[in-house]
Design a protein. Sequence first.
Length: 112
Amino acid sequence: MNPAVEQLFTEYLQRTGEIAAAASLTLADVMQSSADRVEATPPGQPFTVAEAAKRLNISACTVYELCQKGRLSHHRVGRAIRITLADIAAFQQETAETAEPRQSGRYRLLDL
């Protein structure tokens, strides 16, 4: 178990007592899975296409397409594409400013 999660879990057990052990184990599992997702890319490290796609909630194919069209800033390391957190934030900011909702039946769609 991650040391930080283990420390939080121990403190939680001390405060709640053994009665909440089952709930505590569930909480520890949730915290661990959350910590695993956050630690997947160390701070300051650029994201892979798959990681950027997950962060933007779009497909990897769309990320490649956005990079090819020049809409998403990126860096190439050999044949690999790397995208920094700043690049992702800039893309999200640009998209939020320029996206215009349009009606399509019952659903509102955003053009990216």
